[in-house]
Design a binder for this molecule. Structure first.
Ligand code: ATR
Length: 261
């Protein structure tokens, strides 16, 4: 039983560790590899299929190509325009493409005991990461305003998902949750937002994991819950695993193990 994660770079992916911990819960032996995509994902997947691969995760920069080569798509993958989970269909029907990033975030926020129903969310950033999470957050009942450095990109997502777009300079402290989907955290860059923006927020969530500049700012602003993306990472993986195997892993013990390592 062969599974893998595809991307470039891939060396630091924590997906193999996570999926092996899930397999231990299910009490099965499976192989979960890291596969570096040097040319096209299509080529890498072709090799994987020949090796008997059953399911795959897809990460940066291959999620759009995964979307394009899927022969069937889940609604959330269609809305995101990106696929992070592939499941091989029987009888040479190709790959089923899903996107579990957004539902992973929703599940993690619910795990934290925060309700998304009627929650006012400020989403920072309008790149691929934002695109992947908006539809499931809306489905969970949230009202989303999106702000982005390049405003035209926020407007594009605003039109596609029917959410509000606002300028960074127009952000008011009227949000219950602030979600950072920008890649600023990866470079420890700060965002052009004032601490006041966090004044009424119960949750500040960074899709990136680690002690990011955004998380540090949210702590300074005394936001009750300041959370990085590790829980989302485990929850999106759990949703992928359930799709492949029909077994729903328990997220909490896996998260605890990862926090210790
Ligand atoms: P990803 O797939 O991680 O979302 P992306 O599609 O390149 O990556 O998008 C990166 C996002 O982070 C964009 O919204 C980008 O803003 P721009 O559209 O204006 O480029 C945002 N971003 C990156 N660095 C930033 C910074 N220092 N300040 C504000 N926004 C930043």
């Amino acid at each position: 039983m062969l599974y893998a994660v595809f991307g470039n770079p891939i060396e630091h992916s924590r997906s193999p560790t996570i999926h092996q911990l899930f397999a231990r819960q299910e009490k099965v032996d499976l192989i979960y590899e890291k596969r570096l995509v040097t040319h096209t994902l299509a080529q890498a997947l072709h090799d994987f299929e020949n090796d008997g691969g059953l399911g795959a995760n897809v990460t940066v920069p291959c999620k759009t190509e995964a979307f394009e080569l899927s022969s069937q798509l889940s609604e959330r993958a269609r809305m995101a325009g990106a696929v992070n989970t592939l499941f091989r269909l029987p009888e040479n029907q190709g790959w089923y493409g899903d996107n579990t990033d957004g539902i992973g975030l929703v599940r993690d926020i619910q795990r934290l005991g925060v309700s998304l129903h009627d929650a006012r969310i400020l989403l920072l950033g309008a790149g691929g990461a934002a695109r992947g999470i908006i539809y499931p957050l809306k489905e969970a009942g949230a009202h989303i305003s999106i702000a982005n450095r390049t405003f035209s990109k926020a407007q594009e997502l605003s039109d596609w998902f029917n959410i509000q777009a606002i300028e960074f300079s127009d952000i008011t402290p009227s949000f219950d949750m602030i979600i950072n989907s920008t890649s600023a955290s990866l470079n420890q860059q700060t965002l052009p937002i004032d601490n006041q923006v966090f004044a009424n927020a119960v949750l500040a969530y960074d899709l990136v994991y680690g002690d990011t500049a955004f998380i540090q700012q949210a702590k300074q602003a005394k936001t009750a819950l300041c959370v990085d993306g590790l829980g989302m990472l485990v929850a999106q993986a759990a949703t992928s695993y359930a799709l492949w195997r029909g077994f729903e892993p328990d997220i909490e013990p896996v998260l605890e193990t990862l926090k210790k390592s």
